[in-house]
Design a protein around this ligand. Structure first.
Ligand SMILES: Cc1ncc(COP(=O)(O)O)c(C=O)c1O
Length: 351
């Protein structure tokens, strides 16, 4: 049903993204739209939005592009089960459960207590409700801040599945593992470059949320591999800017190697800001709430509080501070997260 090429790197062999097994999961190309009302309101550069909230796969988001490569490898390894970890309201886990269902595999999701919210809808609505509807088996993990321990716990689940005769495939979280899924954004960056070129638009800058940094790294490598020097700003959603800078560099170096253009990304290409992070991952800020309401009421766009609300707050802040100026064109990468709005509804009491 799904054609998959197996991939084995021979010594000295040059690799490219097309060498990696990949299954088709995302609805692409996603639309590239203008945001005329927000552009007018902020009075700065022309603002575009790349609608990766429209990638399909159980309500969209950036991880659909990542999963094309993870599931490519899983299918090539004849896995029957996929295992993933994430925060309770993880969008990655929800889309993994959808991909597993579509490909006839079982899915085990480990949900980490990463955010200090105990509202009942946080634990049961939004992405969690969809995980259950999609038939995933849910495990819980108490140490939300420790990625290595979370990955280790995934291996324990995998061992258990193997002991029962299954063949599990693990999608790891920590930066010790190459971010295979980032290859989806090497392609995604090429996609928006082509869309802009078709319309005669020159993009000056990209703003995106930077979490595991796979999306950020993939976009950077995708642009560099097309000889583009468009500035990419990652808005930190989990770590401070020093730690995130190192993580983006490490991941971009790994992605560049996988994509056959080693050393394409230098430290000078990496821009991160933690001015919009607030107290931490998944925690509310006034800027995020303003960004979510402005995007909804000016452009009809639904953002989420964890990733896209904060990255939109970053875009707005960078326009207001004069970092982006009129005459420029800035692309905002909408990475999805829509179902999380329902899980975090306790944050919106003042609307
Ligand atoms: C909606 C959304 N946007 C952005 C991100 C961050 O992407 P990355 O982990 O590739 O940095 C995530 C991660 O889960 C996400 O769910």
């Amino acid at each position: 049903m799904y054609e998959v090429k197996s991939f084995e790197l021979k010594e000295g062999q040059k690799v490219s993204v097309s060498d990696f097994p990949r299954v088709s999961l995302a609805h692409t190309p996603t639309p590239l739209e203008s945001m005329p009302n927000l552009t007018r309101l902020l009075g700065g550069p022309d603002l575009l939005v790349k609608r990766d909230d429209c990638t399909g796969l159980a309500m969209g988001g950036n991880k659909a592009r990542h999963l094309e490569f993870y599931f490519g490898e899983a299918v090539a390894q004849k896995a029957d089960t996929v295992i993933i970890t994430g925060a309770i309201q993880s969008n990655f886990a929800r889309q993994t459960a959808a991909a597993a269902a579509k490909l006839g595999m079982a899915c085990h999701i480990q949900l980490e207590h990463r955010v200090p919210i105990t509202a009942p809808e946080y634990e049961a609505s939004g992405n969690v409700l969809l995980d259950r509807l999609l038939g995933a088996t849910i495990h819980y993990f108490p140490e939300g801040g420790d990625e290595t321990a979370a990955d280790k716990a995934l291996e324990d689940i995998a061992d258990q599945i193997r002991a029962e005769g299954g063949n599990p495939y693990v999608i790891h979280l920590s930066a010790d593992h190459p971010p295979l899924g980032a290859l989806g954004y090497v392609i995604g960056a090429g996609e928006f470059l082509d869309q802009a070129a078709e319309r005669g638009l020159a993009i000056d800058a990209v703003v995106l949320p930077s979490g595991s940094a796979a999306t950020h790294a993939g976009v950077l490598v995708g642009l560099k591999s097309r000889n583009s020097d468009i500035e990419v700003t990652g808005v930190c959603v989990r770590r401070n800017k020093d730690r995130q800078f190192e993580r983006v560099f490490r991941q971009a170096t790994a992605v560049a190697e996988m994509a056959g253009c080693p050393e394409a990304v230098s430290k000078d290409d990496i821009h991160v800001t933690d001015d919009y992070l607030g107290p931490g991952y998944g925690q509310s800020t006034p800027g995020m709430l303003e960004a979510m309401t402005l995007a909804a009421r000016e452009e009809g766009l639904i953002l989420d509080p964890v990733y896209t609300g904060k990255s939109m707050a970053g875009l707005i802040g960078l326009v207001r501070s004069g970092h982006f100026k009129s005459g420029q064109t800035v692309l905002y990468l909408h990475t999805g997260g829509t179902p999380a709005v329902f899980g975090y509804s306790s944050m919106f009491g003042d609307l």
